[in-house]
Design a protein around this ligand. Structure first.
Ligand code: DC
Length: 223
């Protein structure tokens, strides 16, 4: 089974997808983590996203999601970079590298390969991102598009930063969310978009538990 979950940053996709995957016994695939890993790779190697030789550079590296101590992690070649991809710098650059068709082609091929591997062993995936239902798996068994107002998404992000003892200014976080949304929606290569056959779930007024329970119910109804 392939479950596709798309939506903007902060709509609750990642946490929902992770819990759903574990309840349904499927592999959780956070495709945003792969775009973040590419951004980290660019930062470390001082690669300019506008330069011409990106294709050759990318061909020398692999970006994968794999198991590490009972949870999923993202790897650049053999290195586990999971704990290094949530910085503000990586977040900002990941939104820019995800505009590059060459980056998308490489990561989408890998995402399809990983999901097919799971399906071949009788399992499946909950795959989460921006283009899963539209581009990566247009034939997914079930598709969701999660939404929440920008203010609510900013509120959640501020709480998350503060719970990690970080400092966050609501207006600045809101501005960043609006900026990222604009880029995700307006890029020409696979923009954030709702598939025609996706179910829209507005999570603005749902608690996390309600959100997970609703999606689980809708999936089990289809089984
Ligand atoms: O979900 P996230 O914030 O970790 O994603 C990081 C960036 O990658 C974000 O700017 C959108 C982009 N992305 C994408 O273009 N396509 C995906 N399938 C997943 C993420």
């Amino acid at each position: 089974m392939i479950v596709a979950i798309d939506g903007p940053a902060g709509s609750g996709k990642s946490s929902t997808a992770r819990v759903l995957a574990s309840r349904l016994g499927l592999m959780y695939l956070d495709t945003g983590a792969m775009y973040r890993a590419v951004a980290l790779l660019f930062i470390r190697n001082k690669i300019d996203p506008e330069s011409d030789d990106i294709e050759q550079f990318l061909a020398k590296h692999s970006i994968r999601i794999a198991f590490r101590d009972r949870s999923m992690g993202v790897f650049i070649d053999a290195e586990d970079v999971t704990s290094l991809i949530r910085t503000a710098r990586v977040t900002e650059l990941s939104s820019r590298v995800s505009m590059l068709p060459i980056v998308r082609t490489k990561l989408v091929a890998e995402q399809r390969r990983m999901a097919k591997e799971q399906v071949a062993v009788g399992s499946g995936v909950v795959m989460e991102g921006r283009d899963i239902g539209t581009v990566v798996f247009p034939d997914a068994d079930i598709k969701f598009f999660l939404e929440a107002t920008p203010r609510e998404r900013a509120r959640r992000r501020v709480l998350q930063i503060r719970s990690n003892n970080g400092e966050a200014d609501f207006d600045q976080v809101l501005a960043e969310i609006n900026e990222r949304d604009a880029r995700d929606v307006s890029r020409s290569a696979s923009p954030l978009a709702k598939a025609d056959d996706a179910m829209v779930v507005d999570t603005t007024r749902l608690s996390f538990d309600e959100q997970v329970a609703l999606l689980e119910h809708l999936i089990r109804e289809r089984e």
